[in-house]
Design a protein around this ligand. Sequence first.
Ligand code: SF4
Length: 342
Amino acid sequence: MFPGELDEFVVSLGQPRYRTRQILDWLYAKGAREPGEMTNLSKALRAQLAERARITALHQVDRRESATGEAVKFLFELPTGQRVESVLIVDGERRTVCLSSQVGCPLDCKFCATGRMGLIANLEAGQIIDQLLQVSQFVRERGARVTNVVMMGMGEPLLNYDEVVRALTLMRLEEGLGLGGRKITVSTAGYLPGIHKLIAEDLNVGLAISLNSTTDEIREQLMPINRKWQIADLLAAAREFFDRRGYRVTFEYVLMAGLTDADADARRLAELTRDVPCKINLIPYNEFAADAGFRRPARRRLEQFYRILRTLEVEFTVRESRGRDIDAACGQLYHRQQEARQ
Ligand code: SF4
């Protein structure tokens, strides 16, 4: 609930408005799961809440931590029995939570395990927030706090626009989780109508676009959404995002052997992004299944790709996946779970 909605509810119970802030603090900062835990509320109010309200929560069915402790994967079950995953990524002082927005995904990117499921369901805002609350609780118990959120888990967030934006708004509220806009990034496969809506939204969150190829021909093979919105459209959207929101878009680029890792790709990537205020994040592919047909480039090939970009003065970062040993790296979330179930 937004503070205004909770306020109305509190008033409808005949309670003073200052109770709203106390309840929000219990829900978001202290992670209370029962009204009975809210010890600074009167007994009568706790009883009213227990009778009239329900604090719903996803059921945490599994949690796995990587050997290095740099990634922790959480598996949650919805009331319908469907499952989604969230991942905590630890990097120095930074604690980033990668959240899911859908069960499955309709976009069918060929290199992604989640894409194989098709769309099963959209998550509600509360279910998105609850992933964050439960991971936050885990982080808090270890004496730290969540610093960043990426909407980069299962699903295409911009295809579940209203619920995702509601969740993002709640994350940013000071009375809520209080995460600054620049600490939150929405990642899209390039759903252009959603990008335009987000640009117009007064939300100030970061945007990442999965580019993954330098030609429409290859991108279309990898990401069917490219049949509708092509590389030029995405570059134009990135320019618009910067002009209107003042943030540079991050282009995610997955390096796949023989498909996206050629010298010519590196040169085209430099050329395409030359006049676009953007950041480039290179991700060597994670093999999630032997039959997926995609491979991670050899180390020497990766080095050569990076060298060409450096020579052309392209700024980039390389994201080496954390949590490969717990299948928490991008695109692996669903597949192993399904294998295990079978
Ligand atoms: S990469 Fe993202 S958009 Fe593409 S199928 Fe996977 S979850 Fe969906």
